[in-house]
Design a protein around this ligand. Sequence first.
Ligand SMILES: NC(=O)c1ccc[n+]([C@@H]2O[C@H](COP(=O)([O-])OP(=O)(O)OC[C@H]3O[C@@H](n4cnc5c(N)ncnc54)[C@H](OP(=O)(O)O)[C@@H]3O)[C@@H](O)[C@H]2O)c1
Length: 351
Amino acid sequence: MSSYLAFLREDWQEFKREEQVALWTTYVVVLVLIWLWAPTALYLCIGGLCYLAFRRWMIGARCRSNATLEGKTAVVTGGNCGIGREAALELSRRGARVIIASRDVGKSRLAAAGIRSETGGEVIVKQLDLGSLQSVRAFADDVNKTEEKVHLLVNNAGCLLPTRRTTGDGHETTFQVNYLAPFLLTHLLTDKLVRSAPARVINVSSTGHWFTDLDLNDLECERKPYALWTRYGTSKLAQILHARELARRLRQRSVTAFSLHPGVVNTDIYREQRGKWYHSEFLKGVLFSYFFRNARMGAQTVVYCAVEPTLTAESGGYYSDCRRGWASAQAQDDQLAAKLWAASEKMLGLE
Ligand SMILES: NC(=O)c1ccc[n+]([C@@H]2O[C@H](COP(=O)([O-])OP(=O)(O)OC[C@H]3O[C@@H](n4cnc5c(N)ncnc54)[C@H](OP(=O)(O)O)[C@@H]3O)[C@@H](O)[C@H]2O)c1
């Protein structure tokens, strides 16, 4: 009973202060109205409870594992803000040495300083632009030369672009940043991960993978018209298939791989949509912050996949809310995963 109450208390803390005040005020009003016997009390009560239940569901589950990461090194791409920053913070809190890999070094240094001040851990910053394969190779080269071991690779960085763009490497940008460049990065760090085993690779994917399919004949989106959510979904589907095939290939070498959906999280992932109605300050301030989960809760499944000991036997799995998630039929297609792997190697000249 006391642990259940502690559980409820922790969840309650994830509600914003204004929400807590509003809900308490509602219930005081309800008590007064009940005392006066007014039916409004019933509506207020039902409305409040519905909001509580919905918000609780949106907040998601917490990683309950106490596993520590002393002596481990973790690379977190996009660790300078949003979900990546909170994951880096929690990994550092658990004793890992964290490498934040991101485009914006100034922002990453600020994030690293903030994490260090909270955890006292070692957090270092390295530049990585997933929009440039040359940058990925330089980063991997640096890590391979300077790091004795890498136990965790969190492929978290990602983007959501409203229009079709191509990178300097000639690939469609969403596909390269969210999938192809992390595929290359993982490939270049695989020997290091194997030598550091047991090690884990974690791909931060999305339920967005449900709303699309993967056409091996049009990976660069040259034939179909570009649409933000389907393109994003395709790259996230590719990430799940990547984790699946990676898990199969490294099964005998004690390197496990997972993919996950972090929840619907109030971060700056919509930054490229500034000016659009769904990126208005009103929506961000009201709808997103009162209904979506915060980045700390968004990082819970990332941390779960990084530390939960029982997952070792589940390599290749897709997770959501700190438990096995529902992946689409294509996301569970092993033949498609193998074909995508071969196509990706070809695109990157790795054959
Ligand atoms: N927010 C959600 O509701 C949600 C839902 C499902 C999945 N996800 C996934 O969660 C992951 C983290 O997203 P978030 O919500 O935390 O968004 P975010 O706050 O915008 O963080 C995105 C991170 O990716 C980095 N990044 C973007 N483009 C990059 C590039 N070309 N090279 C290197 N780093 C790059 C950014 O670094 P810079 O600051 O240096 O640009 C930033 O650190 C993404 O993969 C996203 O698809 C998010």
